[in-house]
Design a protein. Sequence first.
Length: 487
Amino acid sequence: MANAYDHGDVIIRFADATFHYDHRRPILDEVNFSVRERAKITLMGQNGGGKSTIFKLILGELQLEDGSLNIKKGASIAIAAQVVKKEDLAKTVLDFFQGAFKEKVYDIEPRAKKALDAVNLAAPLEKTISQFSGGEQARLLLAFALIQNPDILLLDEPTNNLDKAGIEHLTNFLVGYKKTIIVISHDAQFLNSFTHGVLYLDIYKKKVDQYVGDYLKVIEEIKAQIERERRENVRLLRDISNRKEQMGFFAQKGGHMRDVARKMREAINELEEQVVDIRHEDKTIAQFRISSPEIAGPIVKMSSVSIVKNHKEIAKKAAIALKRGEALLISGPNGIGKTTFLKKLASRAAKGIEFGDGVEIGYYTQDFSGLDETKTVYDSLLEVMKNGTEEELRSAGARFLFTDDLLRNHVGSLSEGQKGLLSFARFMVQGPSLLILDEPTNHVNFRHLPVIAKALDEYQGALILVSHMAEFVSQIKFDETLDMGAF
C-alpha cells in the first residue's frame, strides 16, 4: 500500500474527510488519500459504497461534513457521466456541447468536431441526442467531458454500451491523455490497460485504501491482504477465547486470583483491539427464476428488421420466429440501430413483426426509462406483480439485495447498478412471455452476471438479447442470431 503516485504535484487531497447522507449511516469516515497530476486511477468498491459520492464531492455537488477536500487551485474538472440527462435528450449535438460551458463559446463547432473525432464518432451537429444509440450516447458523454480539456477527468463506467472497437479507441485515447484521470468501471481488462493504481472504498470500514500498480496486480494484492487479515483474526479470536476461559477459572477462585483475572481482562481487551474489520466483497444476488406462461405457437415472428445506415432507417427482410424456450442474439456495431429496433419491438410499433395472442413483454432499457423514478422500489415491484403476496414481493426484492429499508427508497435514489437489479426483480414478479433486453450487463456488478446469465439460459419464454459482453453471451444458449451489421 502506498500514499502517493510518482507523477506531479498533488492535485486532489482528502484529509480526515467525513460524509454522510444520514448521520446513522456514514459513507466516508475520516478518509485520507491523495491523487497526483497525470495519474490514472481506478476508484473501486462495493455497490452503493459511495464511489459516485466521491465524484460528486470532487465536482463540488456535495460538501463534506468534516475534514477537508483540497483541489489544486485553478484545476478544471469534467465528468463523463453514465447516462445522458433526460433534459439533454432533446438537444442537438451542438447545443449539448455548448452546455459544457458557463459562457457562450463562439468556436464551438470546431471544438465539437475535434471532441467527436477523439471518441471516433461521426455525428451531425444538428442531430438530437435522443436519436443516437446507447453506444453513441456513451461516446457523446465522453466527448462532452473532453471538449472541456479538463485537468481532472472523471469517468463513470465509460465502457458501458461501447462495442469492441469503441473500447479500443477509448483505451488508446486514455493511454495518451496527459492529465489526471479517475475512473469507475467493472471492466478489468480495460482498467488494466491504462491505470496506475487503485483507490479502494470499503463500504464496511468507510475508509479508502490506496494501492499502486497495474489493476490486476492490485486486485491480487487486495485478495492476499484480505486473506492475511482473516488468518490473523482467526488466530486472535482463538487466543481471546482461550484467555477468557482461563480468566473465568481464576475469577471464581477469589482473593489473589481475581487480580490475575483482572489483568487477563486487560490483556484480552488489547487483543480485541487488534482484531481488524476484514473488508467484505459485494454480496452476490441469489439464484432466481423468471416464470413464463404457456403460449402455443410462435411468440414473435419477424419478416423485416430496420437498421440505420448513414443516419437513415432502412427495412431489411428477415425470417425469424421464436417459440417458448427459444432465444435470439442481436449483434452489430454501435449506431446500426439495435436500440431503435428493440424500442419499436417493445412498443409493438415495428413493421414486419407479429406477436402471438396474449404475449406480455418485459423490456430492459439501457437508460432505465421504463422505471418511474418517483415511485418507491416497493411500488415499482407492485405495479408489475401478478397474483403475488406481500411475502413473495419482499422475497423477490431480497434476492436482488433490496432490504426493507431499500424497498422504501425512491427509484430515483438508486445507483444505476441497483436500477439494473430492480429491472430483473420486476421480471421475476411479472413473469413475461417475451423478454427484450438491451445491454443488461451495463452498470451491473460482475459478480451478479453469472447468476443473471443462468436465469436467462433457463428462461422458458422467448428471449431477445443485445449485449457486447462476450463472456456473458457465452453462458446463454441461442437458437437464432441476427447480425444487423451484415445487411
